[in-house]
Design a protein. Structure first.
Length: 679
């Protein structure tokens, strides 16, 4: 029966691959030219317009997509087998972002490096990230390993964005490549990729039977005489080689290495030779099919990113990577474990001061944070363009100073510091609400996709209704609410346990594809402005925004006071809470709804600022012997963001990139030192 399924699978996937190859050659911005393409294929020497389009544009594009899909699919099989984790994927594990960072840095700092050099550089980046994620997630549960990859990938994504935003030329060259685009490659580029692909595929074939044994587990494989270390090392090198070179060729393409092995595994059975063979047929078909859809849907374009094509403000093609990523969340694997928590708050080590109770420790920590906030605010008022020293700032705050100095201090610098404090507090409270409801210390609006949904809502509202503050706030609320509803629907209302985080990561990735596509439609100047705001920035803070955030926080306080005590009772379990007369459903709706509103409002004002909502409750909890108060959590968030914005101000990059990189490191720290490990 398995042989018959495998045979039918090979035949069916081969037909699908042939269809997608034909569609990739026949369809594009010039429409369906099937007859002309057949004539051009029959007469390679002709120089008709159709022949030029075929041989110089579509054939290289088709070959690049097929070979990149092959590399990503095979690397996904290896990653899942090595980690014994069906959630492993080069994109989710941070390997592709690491390779993308290496290539971005090389292009920005090294100038016009050749594609072969980019492939070697991408190989180094992919290899380094593969080792880092393995060290973070070794002996880890599947969820923890994926989140280790998300953490490492976040750091490198933030660094890549920071590099690109500081160099307009590099930004223009890298923005479409960074979304995963097949266009703009010539036959010479594909030829550069062939040696890397051949070596990677040969290693996959040679290790196929060893993977069958390795799939039994480390100890059984070693008992059967398999050199586990050698096999793992060779497999890791193969993954880095395939992912690094494929990323250099077409950019980071998401989810191919995750989804394709899942789709073909029922047809392949337990043998990796069959699994690799079916993946080699399905993965190229998936990438080419996604690319064809991206070309023929609205606003098609043949070669996005090529200088000779001229401006493509409304004709930029949807990159294949983002087109496929839109299908990500529906394929998020479900988890059997729905226990109350896999990283419970009480497993986190507290650092209360000896001889001082929890309340005293919280008071001392709060006082220290207030001093840090005051110091950071003072530096905010002093640091910046213009000759404004501490004495001038003191004079302005006392009611004096000349008009120009008053404008700099009161209208430019003070609103930015105040907005950082308020947005940080709001995000911290939102994160604490989500973590408390989910009983999961890795739950936050960032990882659940709420801030990404708000980001999408703002972009769509700005495109449809203009740049008014009301339209953007409404779009942010609607986008965040839609993502929250989708996530809750996919987890079937079970918001506790790791499944919520995994579904949220998938939903955020899918919605992020929409954001990238919207940005690709704009000219370079507008795209850079959108990218800077999309990274999270407080550069253009105004007193009106400060007032809006203060009003949001003030309106949220009464509801927070009402739900504070029932939320603290959740640690005893839902049955105990219901036995005490608390309506758990109403509490969940009110708390989760408030978290959505707070995260959306902060995103509408300052853009998507990552990881503050995740880190602030952790830090606040580490100084108390239990769940900290909302006030201490809000103060922690305010401290984190005002300090991060000060660093962003000095380095001249968006604050969201600072928190993205720093928060990714903090998440990696949590995953490396805390939480259960699988034996």
């Amino acid at each position: 029966m398995t042989h018959r399924r495998f045979g039918w699978g090979v035949a069916g996937l081969a037909v699908i691959l042939l269809i997608t190859v034909g569609a990739s050659l026949a369809f594009g911005a010039r429409g369906a030219l099937l007859t002309a393409m057949l004539e051009a294929l029959g007469s390679p020497g002709t120089r008709s317009p159709e022949a030029i389009v075929l041989w110089e544009q579509r054939v290289p594009r088709t070959l690049a997509g097929a070979m990149a899909g092959l590399a990503l699919g095979l690397s996904g099989v290896f990653a899942q087998t090595m980690t014994r984790n069906r959630l492993a994927d080069p994109g989710l594990l941070g390997v592709a972002p690491g390779a993308a960072f290496a290539v971005t840095a090389a292009v920005a700092w090294g100038g016009a490096v050749s594609l072969r050099s980019q492939m070697w550089i991408g190989l180094v980046g992919a290899g380094a990230v593969t080792v880092a994620v393995y060290l973070l997630g070794r002996r880890a549960s599947p969820t923890r390993l994926v989140l280790a990859g998300v953490a490492v990938g976040s750091v490198f994504s933030g660094l890549s964005a920071a590099i690109a935003l500081r160099d307009p030329d590099a930004f223009d060259r890298m923005r479409r490549w960074g979304a995963g685009a097949l266009g703009g490659r010539a036959m010479a580029d594909v030829a550069e990729f062939v040696p890397f692909a051949v070596v990677g595929v040969v290693v996959c074939i040679l290790l196929a039977r060893s993977l069958d044994i390795l799939d039994l587990g480390h100890d059984p494989a070693q008992a059967l005489g398999l050199p586990v270390g050698v096999v793992r090392g060779a497999a890791t090198a193969s993954v880095a080689l395939l992912v690094g070179s494929a990323t250099a060729l077409v950019g980071p393409v998401s989810f191919v290495g995750l989804i394709v092995p899942h789709l073909v595994r029922p047809l392949a059975g337990a043998r990796h030779t069959r699994l690799l063979g079916l993946t080699a047929l399905a993965a190229p078909a998936l990438v080419l099919g996604s690319d064809v859809i991206g070309r023929v849907l609205p606003t098609p374009g043949e070669l996005p990113g090529r200088d000779r094509d001229g401006p493509h403000r409304w004709r930029a093609a949807r990159p294949a990577g983002r087109q496929w990523a839109m299908g990500g969340p529906d394929m998020t694997p479900s988890q059997k474990d729905r226990s109350r928590s896999w990283m419970r708050p009480r497993t986190i080590r507290t650092r209360t001061i000896r001889g001082v109770g929890a309340a005293g420790a919280a008071g001392l920590a709060g006082a220290a944070m207030i001093l840090v906030v005051l110091l950071a605010t003072t530096l905010h008022l002093v640091i910046g363009p213009g000759d404004v020293d501490l004495r001038a700032v003191s004079g302005v705050l006392a009611g004096g100073g000349d008009p120009q100095t008053r404008m700099v201090v009161l209208e430019w610098r003070l609103p930015r510091a105040a907005l950082a404090i308020l947005v940080g507090a709001v995000l911290a409270i939102s994160g604490m609400l989500v973590q408390t409801l989910a009983a999961n210390d890795l739950g936050s609006p960032d990882l659940l996709g709420l801030t990404v949904g708000a980001h999408t809502g703002v972009l769509v509202a700005a495109a449809v209704a203009g740049a008014s503050a009301g339209a953007q706030l409404g779009g942010a609320l609607l986008g965040s609410a839609v993502v929250a509803a989708v996530v809750l629907l996919l987890v079937r209302g079970q918001i506790d346990g790791p499944r919520l985080v995994l579904v949220g990561v998938g939903a955020g990735t899918a919605v992020g594809a929409v954001n990238t596509w919207l940005m690709l439609r704009a000219e370079r100047e507008l795209a850079m402005a959108v990218a800077a705001w999309s990274a999270g920035t407080l550069n253009d803070a105004t007193l009106r925004q400060v007032a809006a955030m203060a009003a949001t926080l003030a309106l949220a306080v009464p509801l927070l006071v009402l739900i504070a005590r029932p939320l603290r009772m959740l640690d005893a379990g839902p049955e105990t809470v219901q036995a005490l007369g608390v309506r758990l459903g109403s509490l969940t709706v009110a708390s989760f709804g408030l978290a959505v509103v707070l995260a959306a409002t902060a995103t509408a004002v300052a853009g998507p600022i990552a990881f503050v909502a995740l880190a602030a409750p952790h830090i606040a909890r580490s100084v108390t012997a239990g769940r900290p108060s909302l006030a201490l959590t809000a103060l922690t968030g305010a401290t984190l963001l005002v300090v991060a914005d000060l660093a962003a101000k000095v380095s001249a990059i968006p604050v969201g990139l600072v928190t993205l990189a720093g928060g990714g490191l903090y998440l990696a720290y949590l995953l490396a030192l805390r939480g259960p490990r699988r034996r």
